[in-house]
Design a protein around this ligand. Structure first.
Ligand SMILES: Nc1ncnc2c1ncn2[C@@H]1O[C@H](COP(=O)(O)OP(=O)(O)O)[C@@H](O)[C@H]1O
Ligand SMILES: [Mg+2]
Length: 394
């Protein structure tokens, strides 16, 4: 390397370090809330805890490290921190639910659509009709991230405890539906009732505070086979529970991946990215339903390179679908995931080769079932085979 390139390189390092240092010193949890954007924000329930210092970012060296990486990559604005609650500390994730560009686009949309200019707080419009309109939108310009079926107008089912909300709360609800409906689902599927989603600790402006549920499974691909087998089994249980266990709703995951599934130190598996889902009300009040609604839906496997193809309209048109089993088998368990990770159950110990080849063929038939074979039954067989292997060999 000649003297000239050394000088350029050192100059670059100084500029980047300065940029990172400047951005990092500006990383302040209060500024991140953007409370001036309310009521077009996610709510205010966590503001008191945030302002009195119970909610903090950068509470440990590893948090500083992750937050710094996040800042440099300017990804989805996910930060790590801690929440002091009744004299104990909980590990939390602080999320803006979208990247800066997406939030800017939302602000522009609000300004042009509703004529709100400098002061967002002047908005007092009744947003009930706007919510209905938004959920039934079917243009290519607007991405409806939570698809509610069979009747998108019947969104009362998504409101906390079925309450009527204040006009401000309806605007929060609208904002979350538009930007990222994750907090709505975390509240419907309450983690305190055992649902495999993060605990929701509240929101403050454009921030939500949720439980840190552990390590993403994509980073555990080199862990012991028995550990990975337990994870695979628990992910299938998660697919089953989201489909069948809620008394009204089936929640179908359309962006399930080894990055969006995490596991805690205690071994609890949760789905942490609920931005894109299909929510089916299995007992709608409408009586005007076709006979086909009552027939189970079987997702049709279309092989495509580096993609996951499914029909949201088809899933929506049936009371029950095998979509979650399909998504998990295709995007988490098989060796043909969109993210291109290797097979979750790779490298079995030699004594488990028999079980592993059985599991491999079961997973293949879960992705693309032979005629007459139901994914739900194949998933149950996979769970049973793993349980047997864990009992005998792990
Ligand atoms: N509640 C959480 N607990 C632990 N890790 C989380 C949590 N939420 C997000 N993460 C981590 O942050 C990553 C990005 O968050 P995510 O909500 O998936 O945003 P994106 O829409 O960018 O994929 C996830 O893949 C996961 O590793
Ligand atoms: Mg994600």
């Amino acid at each position: 390397m000649n003297v000239y390139s050394t000088i350029v390189l050192n100059g670059l390092i100084v500029i980047i370090s300065f940029y990172v240092y400047k951005s990092y010193s500006a990383l302040n949890i209060i500024d991140l809330t953007e409370l001036n954007k309310c009521p077009f924000c996610y709510g205010k329930t966590a503001c008191t805890n945030l302002f009195n210092g119970n909610i903090k970012m950068n509470s440990s060296t590893s948090n500083i490290f992750y937050n710094l990486i996040n800042l440099v990559l300017n990804s989805k604005n996910v930060y790590y921190g801690s929440y002091k609650h009744q004299s104990s500390y909980k590990d939390i994730v602080v999320k803006k639910l979208a990247n800066d560009n997406e939030l800017k686009n939302f602000d522009t949309y609000i300004r042009t659509r509703f004529g709100v200019y400098s002061n967002f707080q002047k908005m007092e419009k009744n947003f009930k009709t706007e919510i209905s309109k938004f959920l039934t939108t079917s243009t290519n310009d607007v991405d409806v991230k939570l698809k509610l079926c069979p009747d998108p107008h019947a969104f009362d089912i998504l409101l906390p405890d079925g309450h009527d909300l204040s006009s401000e709360e309806y605007i929060h609800f609208y904002t979350m539906l538009y930007v990222n409906p994750e907090p709505i689902l975390m509240q419907i599927l309450n983690a305190s009732h055992g649902w495999p989603v993060p605990h929701f600790y509240g929101s403050c402006g454009r921030l939500v505070i949720v439980e840190n549920c552990g390590t993403r499974i994509s980073s555990l691909m080199d862990s012991d086979w028995c550990h990975r087998a337990k994870l695979a089994r628990d992910i299938l249980h998660l697919a089953h529970n989201l489909t069948y266990l809620h008394d009204r709703l089936s929640v179908y995951l359309t962006d399930v991946s080894l990055d969006n599934l995490v596991v805690s130190e205690e071994g609890v598996v949760k789905i942490v990215d609920l931005e894109h889902t299909i929510v089916v009300d299995r007992h709608p009040s409408s009586t005007d339903l076709p006979q086909s609604w009552f027939l189970p839906h079987h997702s049709y496997h279309q092989s495509c390179d580096n993609c996951f193809a499914y029909s949201a309209d088809e899933v929506c048109a049936h009371r029950i679908s095998d979509h979650n089993f399909y998504a998990v088998c295709k995007e988490v368990l098989s060796n043909t995931t969109t993210l291109g990770h290797q097979w979750l159950l790779h490298s079995p110990p030699p004594s488990l080769h028999g079980e592993t080849s059985l599991l491999s063929s079961l997973i293949e038939s879960c992705v693309d079932p032979p005629p007459g074979v139901l994914r739900k039954n194949v998933a149950a067989q996979i769970i049973q085979t793993i349980d047997q292997a864990l009992l005998e060999k792990c």
